[in-house]
Design a protein around this ligand. Structure first.
Ligand SMILES: *Cc1c(COP(=O)(O)O)cnc(C)c1O
Length: 414
């Protein structure tokens, strides 16, 4: 497929290799021709101001001047994700001994996870690049987001997931009516299969494989929103869940761009990564002081984070080390306790990835790695309704009674 002169990807000017810095024209490319390193988008940002952003729609397209999407993106039917709430979490802060804590609650997106952001950007770019089918390998949330976005755009979707996925995520993908394949294998098997299919089907855009440079930019909107919602300020510390590591590295990229564009004051901030112990290749490398990630076979209830061979793992190490952060991991029991703690203290029911992040926050405070007096943001990246099995064994109603006042009194609930 060739890119035409009419292709409009907004401020994007080209592709650049994250390893060797070689540049390439915009197009449906994801690997460097020189060194096979991953490509990312290069930009020439025009005059982006706080006012120009604030006058935009209340979704990620308010930042379209900073994304590789057509300037007329808001005229095309899409899921309009983003601008989710930033919740001041005083109760959770108090219970953890923190002075100032915010939860960026991305369960408020159209398919209830942060994946709607990356898919919306990938779809906009994929259409512009001439792809006909929106596809992905997924650990669950991406499948939801791709199937829904394609339905809304009126194009075909083709989604591949491990067959042992949570029942909730199977149903909430199948309902959108695209091509939906469960594969007997783990995510890393599904991902390899997707790369092989992408090699044969050249009009299929696998959002996180062959259009990954575009997809990844969608995560920057989390960073932009956090800064804007704090009143155009960066937080002191942020804790981010890590699967492939794309979200964490792009939040950092967003903060760097905001500083360069003079949209926020330049100040130090620390980025922390959160993983489940049953799939912690990046945390393991961080703690061992290694630069290379050793792949693992995932075994955790945090299935949305269960990527054993994370594509952006080395870049997560770069960002967390450069910003004086860390990558930490927590057990499945701690994940369940993290989900319950967030729900009990703030009325937010996060999915297992949210539990990983809350539990990691707690662990980082206990170990002294995170400063309890510094302003902290954590990401709740998905909705607990999609991972009910994680908490089902440990939560229950207070009582079951007959519909009478006597029964109520006898139950001792007053
Ligand atoms: C995919 C996902 C993540 C992390 O994504 P990466 O960018 O691959 O690190 C975090 N939380 C949830 C709920 C997800 O679905």
């Amino acid at each position: 497929m060739a890119i035409t002169p009419a292709t409009d990807l907004g401020p994007a000017t080209g592709l650049i290799c994250r390893e060797c810095g070689a540049s390439r024209d915009l197009g449906p490319h994801y690997a460097c021709e020189e060194c096979f390193g991953p490509l990312e988008i290069a930009y020439d940002f025009g005059a982006v101001t706080r006012a120009s952003i604030e006058s935009g729609p209340r979704n990620i397209w308010r930042y379209r001047g900073l994304l590789p999407v057509p300037s007329a993106i808001t005229d095309t039917p899409n899921t309009e994700p983003g601008f989710t709430r930033l919740v001041r979490a005083d109760n959770l802060a108090e219970s953890l001994g923190l002075q100032s804590l915010w939860v960026k609650d991305d369960s408020g997106n159209p398919t209830h996870s942060f994946k709607d952001r990356v898919v919306a950007v990938a779809l906009a770019a994929a259409r512009e690049l001439g792809f006909k089918v929106l596809a992905c390998p997924s650990t669950g949330n991406l499948a939801n987001a791709v199937a829904a976005a394609a339905a809304r755009a009126g194009i075909r979707s083709a989604v591949f997931v491990p067959s042992n996925l949570e029942a909730q995520k199977i149903i909430t993908t199948a309902v959108y009516g695209g091509t939906f394949v469960t594969v007997d294998g783990n995510y890393d098997d599904v991902n390899r299969l997707a790369s092989e299919i992408a090699g044969e089907q050249d009009d299929w855009a696998f959002v996180n494989v062959n259009v990954r440079p575009y997809y990844a930019e969608g995560s920057k909107t989390l960073g932009y929103e956090i800064a804007e919602q704090l009143g155009w300020r960066l937080p002191d510390q942020i804790v981010v869940p890590v699967a492939s590591g794309s979200q964490l590295t792009k939040i950092d990229k967003a903060f760097q761009e905001l500083i360069k564009l003079n949209l926020v004051e330049d100040k130090p901030y620390r980025v922390f990564g959160a993983q489940a112990t049953g799939c912690a290749p990046v945390a393991d490398a961080f703690k061992a002081g290694h630069d290379v990630i050793r792949p693992v076979k995932p075994d955790t209830i945090a299935k949305s984070l269960a990527i054993g061979n994370p594509a952006d793992g080395p870049y997560v190490l770069d960002v967390t080390r450069r910003t004086n952060g860390a990558v930490e991991d927590v057990t499945d029991d701690e994940v369940v306790e993290g989900i319950r703690l967030l729900a009990r203290t703030e009325g937010i029911f996060g999915e297992t990835a949210g539990g990983v992040t809350v539990a990691t926050l707690r662990k980082l405070i206990a170990s002294g790695a995170l400063d309890p007096s510094a302003e902290t943001v954590i990401i709740n990246s998905g909705d607990g309704l999609k991972t009910l099995d994680a908490v089902a064994p440990v939560v229950a109603p207070s009582a079951n009674i007959a519909p009478s006042l006597e029964a109520f009194r006898a139950a001792g609930l007053a």
